[in-house]
Design a protein around this ligand. Structure first.
Ligand SMILES: [Zn+2]
Length: 413
């Protein structure tokens, strides 16, 4: 059955985005809103109020996620949509917040235009995703929903400023002992709308993407050791210079990802040279590699090429090299049936789109532990994000929300 045309009011969308952005506003367009802060309380209260005004049942769970529920006629599991309400410090108005707003707008439109669904539909604002207050919070909001946070974990999640997340929860009236109550086992489908945070849609001239996977990521920490010596007295041909080896390795890794082509990405983001003086051949170079690919097999191949290159260069130059893997996350594929539903309804709604993988992590990859998931991306101006400069046009946002609402309609009515 073809999806019906769904009316989304651009003025309401814009008003809601701007009103939500007032909580933690920084300068003209920035937002600084960390989990369990006064700005966060304001934003979650606002979201709960907007859900209630739309005629949804409001529920706040044990970690402070806010749910707006439109009850279905059957007892089947829910279809849910949403994203996180916290931000970088400062970030912009759209990262996360747009997905929470989009879910609310979509459910409100469906209720007004089509009445009660068969299956319950829920809009959610997750309490935390950015790790901008607690570096190891690790998707606190959505992870709690999957039941993978124990009460005692809240004592081990420490803020940049030293307090535990347990303390921060108590300060806003939440009891860490009740974290397991946030767990849900009655959600079968989850669709998250998010800004793209990259330039691919803009380059393609398209407003919207359907996301078929969230990329897999590995972080390496490597150390190359050579022999520290005088920069003048030691001839070039008998040096064991770890910085020369590092330079060859860094450019080799990056060229490898270039040759593999999109969507492979490899970044050398941090380098520490010791002793780091102008007149000394260094003793060692420590560095990081962040390498990502959304296809499991291509990802393994990328890492094998990276490791072979490091071994080969170090051996040829007489250097010692060692590395360990700090982070290693498998790609998180979207549910193929939801992806094809979203592709179909986007076509029916007349929204031009492409299908792509996400290079960034999202709440959806947590929700994949308990539900079938997929995502919708909305074009980001200049691909920018995690900055007050992030921007998506109301036209693009409305296009994305129409795809979301039509997808929820297909799943729930
Ligand atoms: Zn986000």
């Amino acid at each position: 059955m073809a999806s019906p045309f769904i009316e989304i009011d651009p003025a309401f969308v814009e008003k809601t985005v701007l009103e939500l952005a007032a909580f933690g506003a920084v300068g003209e367009t920035g937002v600084s809103r960390t989990v369990y802060s006064p700005e966060w309380i304001g934003a979650t209260d606002y979201y709960a109020g907007a859900c209630a005004a739309a005629g949804l049942e409001v529920h706040r769970d044990a970690v402070g996620n806010v749910w707006g529920r439109l009850r279905g006629t059957t007892g089947e599991k829910s279809v849910a949509s949403g994203s996180h309400i916290d931000s970088q410090t400062p970030g912009g108005r759209y990262d996360g917040a747009l997905g929470a707003v989009a879910a609310l707008v979509a459910v409100k439109a469906l209720k007004e235009q089509f009445g009660q669904p068969k299956r319950t539909i829920e809009a959610v604002a997750f309490c935390e995703e950015e790790s901008s207050r607690f570096p190891n919070a690790n998707y606190w909001g959505s992870r709690a929903v999957t039941g993978r946070i124990a009460p005692q974990d809240s004592e081990r999640v420490i803020a940049f400023s030293g307090e535990t997340i347990a303390t921060a929860m108590r300060e806003v009236g939440l009891d860490p002992g009740r974290i397991p109550e946030a767990r849900r086992d009655d959600i079968s489908d989850f669709v998250e709308l998010h800004i793209e945070q990259g330039p691919i849609l803009e380059q393609a001239g398209l407003p919207v993407a359907i996301v078929d996977a969230i990329t897999g990521i590995r972080h390496y920490r490597g150390v190359i050791k050579g022999v520290q010596n005088h920069a003048g007295a030691f001839p070039m041909d008998i040096r064991h210079d770890p910085l020369a080896g590092f330079a060859e390795i860094a450019s080799g890794l990056i060229n490898t990802a270039h040759r593999v082509g999109r969507p492979a990405v490899t970044t050398v983001g941090r380098v520490v040279v010791e002793p780091n003086f102008p007149g000394i051949i260094p003793a060692q170079v420590e560095f990081t590699i962040d390498a990502r690919h959304p296809d499991p097999q291509a990802r393994r191949h990328l890492y094998a090429m990276h490791e072979d290159l490091m071994q080969e260069v170090a051996k040829r130059r007489g250097l010692d090299i060692d590395w360990n893997v700090m982070i290693d996350h498998e790609p998180s594929p979207s549910d193929p049936a939801i992806v094809s539903t979203l592709q179909r309804v986007a076509g029916e709604q007349g929204v031009p789109f492409m299908t792509m993988a996400s290079g960034a992590g999202h709440d959806s990859q947590q929700m994949a532990a308990i539900a079938k998931v997929a995502m919708i991306f909305v074009r980001s101006k200049d691909g920018r994000s995690h900055t007050p400069d992030e921007f998506s046009s109301v036209e693009d946002i409305v296009a994305g929300i129409r795809v979301l609402a039509a997808g929820l309609h297909a799943l729930a009515y």
